[in-house]
Ligand binder design. Structure first.
Ligand SMILES: Nc1ncnc2c1ncn2[C@@H]1O[C@H](COP(=O)(O)OP(=O)(O)O)[C@@H](O)[C@H]1O
Ligand SMILES: O=P(O)(O)OC[C@H](O)CO
Length: 494
């Protein structure tokens, strides 16, 4: 009887379950939207119970859609929005606060305080990260300070912290297993990148008790079995991996120097740096890519906070499009963005600028500016932000990138992909399967249970899709980029 690997991709905008067969072909997929709440400007929260119920829902729906039974699933791999912070009661499994989403800025004051005390270099050296509310540590501090009695309960070992992977493993195993993997732990500001363990000095600075935290495990290994009461059978949970590292794995970027960009809610450009930690001098982050047995892979990352989220803003905020795919047609309805630049810094600026207080701005408006110009300029802003990160990455790595592998929801937009190729003067390769994040998690789970023999088998299964090559000359490229840099500098000064 043929078996399948089920990947759970719990992202910022949706929870998906996807089934893959032995050849890496997608067999079925199920998806539920996830509601984001914005209780105050620049705060973003989600209901952790809904994250869980949507996960159980999509698993059953995907298996049913493929006409399979749960017995046909050889293993589950989990990939997730990273940094998003959940603290729950160890006895009841009930979250004690909303899930604080990675984009949320409500814990910025803790990071500012650490910066004022001069701790930024220490954190950068040990964790590869900058002191920003993006990462989990200050979010944990926020919950422990704002939920009555939480600090004392954490110290007594009554509470558990987890990023979404950890919370889902806890729930799936019926409250038996409290673990995470190195790729997720390396985004907490608590894990030492060199030892791959929590760092006592950093825990002390944040006043976070170690017993609150999940054990850090490999990325590809069996953490436990799903509780029989959930699906009738016990299925090995065999991978947990942050979604950006999962996409890097799914894109088969195994060689040091290979790069991918994912255009989802945000944009995340990752370069595999092999067993070497490269500490960026240009505003990028270092973190763990994955650990498989004794093999550890590090990555250099540029995280852009608002990418597809800007398209959602056009749809839900400005209401000038009905559907995100409409941006393709609307962008081509005008010859250019006519000098309009959108800086979508709705939740501050991430890499390479790191300015949490920055806000969004639109420049270059004239009486002739139409909705289509604004839509086109918003799409272009995804490519400009990516280009800024690419420039920083090339400087750090000391090399010129000639090809960029891409994936994620907004990578379906051909206009955006062509503009990216033009503006970055490099080839853009879009994989045939857009679900490379889920594929990466499935591959890591499959390797753990022997479903796939080795990485070569995964490379052999990989299917390339469309390719975009540059069509504009250097003069035009420089002019467009010069306008963008004036816009971003003005937004930062505002
Ligand atoms: N055709 C498209 N053109 C532009 N943006 C798109 C398109 N399709 C989806 N998006 C954007 O991509 C994002 C969803 O991508 P996805 O990879 O599912 O995100 P996430 O993993 O962050 O939940 C949304 O923000 C949406 O606005
Ligand atoms: O939900 P996504 O796919 O936008 O990913 C979020 C990132 O993991 C945040 O670091």
């Amino acid at each position: 009887m043929e078996k399948y690997i089920l990947a759970i991709d719990q992202g910022t905008t949706s929870t998906r379950a996807i089934l893959f067969d032995k050849h890496g072909n997608l067999q079925a997929t199920a998806q539920r939207e996830c509601e984001n709440f914005y209780p105050q400007p620049s705060w973003v929260e989600q209901n952790a119970n809904t994250i869980w119920s949507s996960t159980v829902g999509v698993i059953s729906e995907a298996v049913a859609a493929a006409n399979l039974k749960m017995e046909d699933v050889a293993a589950i791999g989990i990939t997730n929005q990273r940094e998003t912070t959940i603290i729950w009661d160890k006895l009841t499994g009930q979250p004690i606060y909303m899930a604080i989403v990675w984009q949320s800025r409500q814990s910025d004051c803790y990071c500012q305080e650490m910066k004022q005390k001069g701790y930024e270099p220490l954190f950068f050296e040990k964790t590869g990260l900058v002191l920003d509310p993006y990462f989990s540590a200050s979010k944990i501090r926020y919950i422990l300070d704002h939920v009555e009695g939480a600090q004392a309960r954490a110290e007594r070992g009554e509470l558990c912290f987890g990023t979404v992977d950890s919370f889902l493993i806890w729930k799936l195993t019926g409250g038996k297993v409290h673990v995470t993997d190195v790729s997720n732990a390396s985004r907490t500001l608590l894990m030492n990148l060199h030892t791959l363990d929590y760092d006592e000095e950093l825990l002390k600075l944040w006043n976070i008790p170690r017993c609150l935290l999940p054990e850090i495990k490999d990325t590809s290994c069996v953490y436990g079995l799903s509780d029989a009461s959930l699906f009738g059978v016990q299925i090995p949970i065999a991978a947990a991996v942050g979604d950006q590292q999962a996409a890097l794995f799914g894109q088969t970027c195994y060689a040091p120097g290979s790069v991918k960009n994912t255009y989802g809610t945000g944009c995340f450009l990752l370069m595999n740096t092999g067993s070497q930690i490269i500490h960026s001098k240009h505003g990028l982050l270092s973190c763990a890519g994955w650990k498989i047995g004794s093999e550890i892979n590090y990555v250099l990352e540029g995280s852009v906070f608002v990418a597809g989220a800007a398209i959602q803003w056009l749809r839900d905020g400005l209401k000038i499009i009905q559907d995100s795919s409409e941006t393709y047609r609307r962008s081509l309805a005008v010859k250019s963005s006519d000098g309009v630049y959108v800086v979508p810094a709705f939740t501050g600026l991430g890499a390479p600028y790191w300015l949490p207080s920055c806000r969004g701005a639109i420049f270059g408006l004239t009486r002739g500016t139409s909705q289509d110009h604004l839509i086109r300029a918003t799409l272009e802003s995804l490519a400009y932000q990516t280009e800024d990160v690419l420039q920083a990455m090339q400087k750090d790595a000391g090399m010129k990138l000639t090809a960029l592998k891409v994936d994620g929801g907004a990578s379906k937009n051909d206009f955006l992909m062509q503009f990216q190729s033009d503006i970055s003067n490099c080839d853009v390769h879009r994989s045939l399967i857009s679900e490379t994040t889920a594929l990466g998690a499935a591959c890591l789970a499959g390797l753990a249970v022997g479903f796939w023999k080795d990485k070569q088998e995964i490379i052999d299964n990989f299917k390339s899709g469309s390719q975009f090559t540059p069509t504009i000359d250097e003069e035009e490229r420089s002019k467009l980029l010069e306008g963008w840099h004036r816009a971003i500098e003005a937004a930062m000064k505002f």
